[in-house]
Design a binder for this molecule. Structure first.
Ligand code: GLN
Length: 454
């Protein structure tokens, strides 16, 4: 049924870069046999899933939305993909994304943009717009995304889906093509909070192949979602982040946010306002740390090891082949960040830029610590606006970056966050998102509060 739905709508939505119909049907048939034999492997055995094209899938193309990886077929599975397979989930295919996960609209994909199913002239968010659009348009019941600065939560907000960024180290990054290693996390994209909890439990937990993976059990996320679904939040203390709401935010997004906060109060939660004064510097710190890590990560695309290789005429040197390949293979946003990152890391500037950004990162973590001393979770709108028109911010990198204002602090501090739908904005009838942030390792709180809003 999902393959039929993809055939029907994906020409217009373009959520997928690659659909593996044959593979998915074979996996589904195997699951049917297990069901008949009473040997299902997990609660999600047989439930199809779409995977963001930044995760290595053995035997299936993995492009990261880039020309430089066109034609690359990984010889191994990312740990999260291996866990999906072990749990019996058929993999429908790979979803579209901004090139190397850099962007907030999926317009930086080298393979053309994804369209928001709510209005095909609008963006589905990014970088994981493909995964969010696939779930929003019923092309997949579940998807995986990755969130480095908001790429699961912001697409969730603008497509009316649920998106989760787990605690840093809570889900393995092995086989995830790194954008910024200290910020990246893999997480669920689903239609309901409970579905995310089920998927998160399946992909999460310790992995010896990821040196930053946390070696302790996950909290009981499914139980937390079920508890929240009872609608009782008595005893839960919720902090509204002063710096992430108010002027400059789309009125319809704010109206749905305020309404959701009122619902939490009705459910018995205690709501206070909490200031996180350093959050206003999160964007500036992020856009030094991220390009620094990304420029280093992307050095491996050298025309020798993976994918594309452009050989100029004549008798080119290795360096000329590298230059021609990287020039042809990388898009503008990727080049912009390589240049920024290389500059920020150069000797003489290192302390002034990268060093300062790292200090700011510490201050942001301290803001979280101070806030979580008095509240259980923090909340804000997920993104300042609903989905904007395709092309509207493409030539204005700063305007594009501002979409992640509210999501970036969680990545800098490594804390978990969820975005749940908060309703449709009055002025445009498009979905708005409500973000819930919790202390590291307390992902269960995001699920409890998120489920109470459904
Ligand atoms: N939009 C942000 C960026 O462009 C977030 C990216 C992400 O989370 N992968 O960096």
């Amino acid at each position: 049924a999902y393959l039929d739905r993809i055939a029907e709508v994906d020409g217009a939505v373009h959520a997928f870069l690659h659909v593996d119909g044959e593979g998915a049907l074979a996996q589904a048939a195997a699951s049917d046999a297990r069901r008949a034999a009473g040997t299902l492997k997990s609660a999600l055995d047989g439930v199809p899933i779409a995977v963001k094209d930044v995760l290595a899938t053995q035997g299936l193309p993995t492009t990261c939305g880039s020309k430089i990886l066109e034609g690359w077929i990984p010889p191994y599975d990312a740990t999260v993909v291996a866990r999906l397979k072990a749990a019996g989930l058929p993999i429908l295919g790979k979803t579209n994304m901004d090139e190397f996960a850099m962007g907030s609209s999926t317009e930086h994909s080298a393979y053309g943009p994804t369209h928001n199913p709510w209005d095909l002239d609008r963006i589905p968010g990014g970088s994981g717009g493909g995964s969010a659009a696939a779930v929003a348009s019923f092309e997949a019941p579940l998807a995986l995304g990755t969130d480095t600065g908001g790429s699961i939560r912001q697409p969730g907000a603008v497509t009316g889906t649920v998106g989760v960024k787990p605690t840093y180290g809570g889900v393995s990054r092995y086989g995830l093509v790194a954008l910024a290693n200290s910020l990246d996390q893999v997480g669920p994209v689903t239609r309901t909070v409970l579905d995310s909890a089920l998927l998160h439990e399946l992909i999460g937990g310790h992995d010896p192949r990821d040196s930053t993976s946390i070696d302790q059990p996950l909290p009981d996320l499914v139980a937390a979602a079920r508890q929240g679904a009872t609608g009782d939040l008595s005893g839960v203390r919720i902090g509204v982040i002063t710096e992430l709401a108010g002027d400059g935010w789309q009125p319809g997004v704010m109206a749905r946010f305020t309404e959701s906060v009122e619902l939490l109060v009705k459910a018995g939660a205690e709501v206070v306002e909490v200031s996180c004064p350093n959050f206003v510097h999160a964007m500036a710190a992020y856009y030094l740390i991220l390009p620094a890590e990304a420029s280093s990560n992307l050095a491996k695309f050298d025309a020798m090891r993976y994918g594309l290789r452009v050989v100029p005429d004549g008798d080119p040197s290795a360096e000329e082949v590298m230059r021609a390949t990287r020039d042809a293979g990388f898009g503008d946003e990727v080049k912009r960040r390589i240049i920024l990152g290389t500059y920020a890391l150069s000797s003489g500037y290192y302390d002034a830029y990268y060093g300062q950004a790292q200090k700011m990162r510490t201050l942001i973590s301290r803001d979280f610590e101070a806030a979580f001393a008095s509240v259980d979770v923090l909340v804000s709108p997920t993104a300042p606006t609903t989905a904007f028109k395709l092309g509207e911010k493409l030539d204005d990198p700063i305007a594009m970056y501002l979409n992640d204002l509210a999501t970036i602090p969680a990545n800098l501090a490594g804390v978990p966050g969820i975005s749940v739908p908060s309703g449709l904005a009055d002025e445009d009838g498009l979905p708005a998102g409500f973000q819930i942030l919790a202390p590291a390792l307390a992902d269960d709180r995001c699920y409890r509060v998120g489920a109470a809003l459904e």
